[in-house]
Ligand binder design. Sequence first.
Ligand code: PCA
Length: 323
Amino acid sequence: MTMTRILGSAAVALTAFAFSAKAETWDMPTPYPDATFHTVNIQEFANDIDEATGGDLTIKVHSAGSLFKHPEISKAVRSGQVPAGEFFLSLLANDNPVFGADSLPFLATSYDQARQLWEAQNEVITDLLDAQGLMALYAVPWPPQGLYTTKEITSVDDLAGLKFRTYNATLEQFANLAGAAPTQVEVPDIPQAFSTGRVEAMITSPSTGVNSKAWDFLSHYTDIQAWIPKNIVVVNKRAFRRLDEDTRNAVLEAAEAAEARGWEMSMAESQEMVKVLEENGISVSQPSDELMNGLRAIGDQMLESWKSDAGDAGQQLLDAYKG
Ligand code: PCA
């Protein structure tokens, strides 16, 4: 290589460096696979930020627990290992029961109720996350949770002894009270957990059922619409403060748009994905009164124990929700 060519390529490299000096890339771990509507929504959120900042802030989404396993994501953002992340909000119920309110059976089962519950939760959750060094950007609900099994279920007794896939402590408690045998399994591992016989029943959304191809290993879906849990997207406060003002505003605007879009996507999926289950051979049915009465009784018991754990903050949340 001649000297001029070496100098020439150095100059090109320097220009490229100068051009991108301000540009930043944020790694963002998320727990669910790419086809999940939450992940699709996050990708759009990232695209919006990229566009609004002219490439100054690029968010690289690491889906399906590929960068951090789901239970590690909130800690990774808290400690600043990554600047942003998504997780299932009620996973933080161990830190404070208020985080788990959206996973209580039959407390909020329609989207209107879910919205009211989120309004009642929002401020206290924002404060609790703030105290952990996190800033809440937006939350989006899953469609109402339904029951997947390999046989018809007409009463709680039919659940006795079933190896039951769960995703948080609240669902584990629910499964135990129903006499089932709970096992925690993350979404990307669902197909394998069923095909190897580790589990044989689950409660989750029609979205997750479709994304996991539930028809490969399950035959019945009972539309119990038991609760509407949410995912939350957070950023590390220090990482956010380091951004310039325009970029911060771009993030906040994209977050607001993502929250509105995510709720719409969720509502659309709550109908559409039940149809996809049916088209693929799953038998979809409405729950019997006997089943619902039994499940509601378990829900009442869980609400009482949640209230005693959650204390005044829990009571205030319930008052705000019901008021
Ligand atoms: N899907 C996620 C959380 C709730 C849902 O609908 C899961 O099954 O883990």
